[in-house]
Design a protein around this ligand. Structure first.
Ligand code: NAG
Ligand code: NAG
Ligand code: NAG
Ligand code: NAG
Ligand code: NAG
Ligand code: NAG
Ligand code: NAG
Ligand code: NAG
Ligand code: NAG
Ligand code: NAG
Ligand code: NAG
Ligand code: NAG
Length: 761
């Protein structure tokens, strides 16, 4: 009874890897570490509704993607619902309007029924025959996920359709509502038992004791495992009239009808009200002692409520369940099966000293500014303990000529200046493109140092994604010379990256010489006499780099702030005159259309053909920072840039993630598995129905020589006397400089805006 339609084997061909590596030969690998699972086997990846984080839940695409991209033994999860004629379908909700367009197709089809005693209205599967459902199309039900595949035809699948279409290595049936179907005179037991005669069912789970007991006799001697699912602790199990919480203390009872339990992940790692993890419970070891396997549910890469301890790194979360000192769960239930597959095969049991598998410079962005206020001693210490290669300092100048590290010339963007007496100093500065700023050059070092606190930068506050709130004002500002001393003493750090912006403005309008201050600090801290640390100087202003040109031992790094689609050979030749490395944006590597990758550019290979190193910015862990194609997985994003484009370095405010990436075991395999293969740009767009395509955007510009050539830096003028007349904005601005507009902030914003549009419509 296949309702087969639109059956193309898309994923192995189109979607995944340019390498098209086949997932094979994995069985031959030997395990070098022991798993603390019940039986010592590696934990399982269970794909909830397939790869439901990307495609409509329980549809053909989601299931096919999960099977092709996950571990070879990935388990496919199907929420079984029964139709009026007793057929079993895979659908995530009792109410079919939550995940399909049934409410459009059968406008009158809704009904009200009690479900576990609670009245509910909706389009229930019990009111439709299997054939009735034929015209119904699946759609995305989580509003923060891409709705662009809703027009791609995908029917509701029968359980056997799923088995026939995707040939899952292992099948897990979840029966959430046996009691409801019984009230409608439909027998889940009959369906499951009859199905199990035709297909291999590996796991059957249910939160209802009565249902599991009703089938245990049939499966006692089979390989099918029965799993008891725990709902929220205060919910009541219908048969025993006990809360799930109290059943958790009665594991010997559960063992009488189940061989494992499925618990929401917070049963194992509880979270406090401020979204920080508490110590883990003893659920896993208790259950293991009782001989029960433990599966944990509710893993999502696009979880806006991920505990802060994980720094928005989904792999870090999985590892805390499978690779901690005390236990490993026996499986994880995920909407994004690629990520637990990597976590298990590539990242588990890899120590901090694991072998580096790729040659990639990890360059911090304001230190580990994803975890602590940027450019503070805390952020730098964290970056060092994370294993960063290059520590960065964006240099700003104080009114009294002190060079120090801060992510913005505008104190409002990185400090709590608005909460201090200096808040009334806000002015507009068209030269620097700020409507209302309080500038570092306007305060003295002692004012900044003793009055202001650093403030963590929250680029995705609009999405309510905040960074480590308890540390939001932690740490101390650092002068450039302190930073240099600090970096020199960190033996694992191979270099420092000093960023210089606004040098012309500061020289001409504020009488402050940044380049001289930098040279001075480097010399005073002994950097000119050493060879242990690479000294990198970065600027988007070629005139700044030319000033350092005579220092042959410095690596001069040219920043191309703009997203570009190409670069001419003559432009590259020009860049070669003053730089040996280039920083470009991610979108200059993989252009985007509404956060979907459209293609790849030749910018990286072209620059490298001229002997330039290419570093790419900005890699972040928050899922909203990543194009959809990377599956909300920061490792897939980094890996695609590294394995596909062979970039030389990443600039990131989460260095721990990039460092962990470098040590991942899978890159060393003879055949790299698909879950550690780059994605193919443009493949997702190719799966969209025409009316669901993102509107094409104007192409990015080509970087030309004109954009790169700058007049020499102006001389540092004598410092204007500090008077209180406040009429500085009437002075003529500096001569217009060529080239790149200051668009870093707006670039990030427009990326956010794109995602916001998608999230909201
Ligand atoms: C496991 O792999 C290691 C390294 O690849 C190899 O040296 C060792 O002999 C293997 N052990 C077994 C039992 O195959
Ligand atoms: C693989 O893991 C199993 C279970 O922990 C263990 O019994 C076996 O000895 C391991 N094999 C190797 C080669 O380490
Ligand atoms: C659909 O299901 C999701 C996930 O369970 C839930 O968050 C959402 O509220 C449901 N929507 C409706 C309309 O029932
Ligand atoms: C829906 O119900 C209305 C009135 O109850 C009826 O006129 C209409 O034909 C029905 N539509 C469908 C599609 O059954
Ligand atoms: C179920 O069957 C019983 C007995 O045959 C009948 O009384 C009841 O109305 C049926 N319920 C439903 C929802 O069809
Ligand atoms: C365990 O649960 C069963 C079923 O509800 C109950 O009969 C039994 O008394 C419970 N045992 C304990 C120790 O709570
Ligand atoms: C279930 O337990 C609650 C209190 O624990 C009790 O009030 C209620 O009557 C019980 N219900 C049934 C059906 O036994
Ligand atoms: C999570 O982070 C908080 C705050 O830093 C810390 O107090 C807590 O111990 C951490 N939890 C775990 C399990 O590490
Ligand atoms: C790594 O790449 C850098 C350039 O980015 C190069 O200088 C270095 O030699 C490479 N090291 C290895 C081991 O390939
Ligand atoms: C800071 O700016 C304000 C307003 O523009 C001005 O009045 C004040 O003199 C400046 N302070 C210094 C130290 O430059
Ligand atoms: C660096 O070397 C120069 C001479 O090459 C020497 O005069 C100076 O003292 C050295 N500075 C430090 C900090 O070692
Ligand atoms: C640009 O330079 C590359 C590498 O040197 C060369 O292969 C290519 O032909 C050049 N393109 C043009 C248009 O000159």
């Amino acid at each position: 009874m296949y309702k087969q339609q639109f059956l193309v084997c898309l994923f192995s061909v189109v979607l995944l890897s340019s390498l098209a590596a086949l997932v094979a030969a994995q069985g031959s690998r030997n395990n070098t570490s022991r798993w603390q699972t019940l039986k010592g086997d590696p934990p399982l990846v269970i794909a909830r509704g397939g790869f439901s984080g990307m495609f409509p839940d329980s549809g053909q695409y989601a299931y096919q993607l999960a099977v092709s991209i996950g571990l070879p033994n990935v388990v496919v999860w199907c929420d079984v619902q029964l139709t009026k004629d007793g057929s079993g379908i895979c659908f995530p909700d009792l109410r079919l309007e939550n995940g399909s367009n049934i409410d459009d197709i059968f406008k009158n089809g809704s009904n009200a029924y009690p479900v576990n005693g609670v009245p509910m209205r909706g389009w229930f599967s019990v009111d439709f025959t299997f054939n009735d459902l034929e015209p119904v199309n699946l759609k995305q039900r989580i509003y923060s996920r891409a709705p662009n595949f809703d027009g791609t035809p995908q029917q509701i699948l029968g359980v056997e359709d799923v088995v026939g279409l995707v040939k899952p290595p292992s099948l897990w049936l979840n029966v959430q509502h046996d009691a409801f179907f019984s009230q409608h005179n439909l027998s889940m037991r009959t369906f499951i038992i009859s199905l199990s005669r035709r297909v291999i069912v590996n796991y059957i789970s249910s939160p209802e004791v009565n249902f599991l007991r009703s089938i245990i006799a049939r499966f006692r001697t089979s390989r099918t495992k029965l799993i008891f699912q725990f709902l929220a602790p205060d919910e009541v199990e219908p048969l025993t009239n006990q809360t799930y919480d109290s059943l958790l203390r009665n594991l010997t009872f559960i063992k009488t009808f189940a061989s494992g339990i499925l618990v929401p992940k917070y049963y194992i790692w509880p979270v406090d009200n401020s979204l920080y993890l508490q110590p883990h419970t003893s659920v896993v070891s208790d259950a293991h002692k009782a001989g029960l396997e433990v599966f944990a549910s509710d893993f999502l890469n696009d979880d806006a409520h991920l505990p802060y301890n994980y720094s928005y790194d989904p792999v870090a979360e999985y590892l805390s369940y499978i690779d901690n000192r005390d236990f490993s769960v026996d499986g994880v239930l995920s909407d994004f099966p690629i990520t637990p597959s990597e976590a298990i095969d590539c990242f588990s049991h890899v120590g901090k000293n694991g072998k580096e598998q790729v040659n990639l410079s990890v360059i911090s962005f304001e230190g580990a500014s994803g975890d602590y206020p940027g450019c503070t001693d805390r952020a730098y210490s964290k970056a060092i303990s994370d294993g960063v290669d290059v520590l960065d300092c964006p240099v700003q100048m104080t009114n009294d000529g002190i060079a120090f590290c801060l992510g913005s010339i505008n104190l409002r963007e990185r400090t709590n200046v608005d909460e201090t007496d200096f808040s009334n100093l806000a002015t507009s500065n068209p030269d620097l493109n700020f409507d209302s700023g309080i500038y570092t050059y306007n305060l003295t070092w002692s004012q900044i140092h003793s009055t202001l606190r650093p403030a963590i930068y929250n680029p995705y506050a609009n999405f309510s994604l905040y960074r480590n709130p308890i540390a939001r004002n932690d740490g101390n500002f650092m002068q450039l010379s302190d930073f240099l001393d600090f970096a020199r003493n960190a033996s694992s750090v191979s270099g420092v990256l000093i960023s210089i912006e606004n040098a012309g403005y500061l020289a001409e309008k504020q009488g402050l010489g940044v380049t001289d201050a930098v040279l001075d600090a480097l010399s005073k801290t002994g950097y000119n006499n050493q060879t242990a640390k690479n000294i990198m100087v970065k600027s988007s202003d070629s005139a700044v780099l030319r000033k350092f040109k005579s220092r042959s031992n410095y690596e001069l790094v040219y920043l191309v702030k703009e997203d570009i689609r190409d670069i001419t050979n003559s432009t590259i030749s020009e860049i070669k005159k003053f730089a040996s490395s280039v920083v470009i944006t991610k979108e200059s590597v993989f252009p985007l259309d509404k956060a979907f990758l459209t293609t790849q550019t030749d910018v990286v290979p072209k620059l490298q053909a001229f002997g330039l190193h290419v570093y790419v910015q900005l890699f972040r862990n928050e899922f909203v920072s990543q194009p959809w194609d990377f599956f909300s997985d920061p490792y897939v994003e980094i890996n695609t840039h590294v394995s596909f484009m062979e970039i030389n370095g990443v600039i990131t405010d989460f260095p721990a993630t990039a460092v962990k990436y470098k040590r991942n075991r899978c890159l060393g395999y003879k055949e790299v598995p698909l879950y550690m293969s780059p994605v193919l740009p443009g493949s997702l767009i190719s799966l969209m129905a025409p009316q669901f395509l993102p509107p094409a955007e104007a192409p990015n510009p080509i970087l030309s020589e004109n954009d790169v050539v700058e007049p020499p830096l102006p001389a540092v003028v004598e410092k204007p006397p500090t008077t209180d007349t406040g009429n500085s904005s009437t002075a003529p601005g500096p001569a217009p400089r060529n080239g790149q507009p200051t668009i870093v902030a707006s670039m990030i914003l427009s990326c956010v805006a794109v995602l916001a549009t998608l999230l909201l419509c």
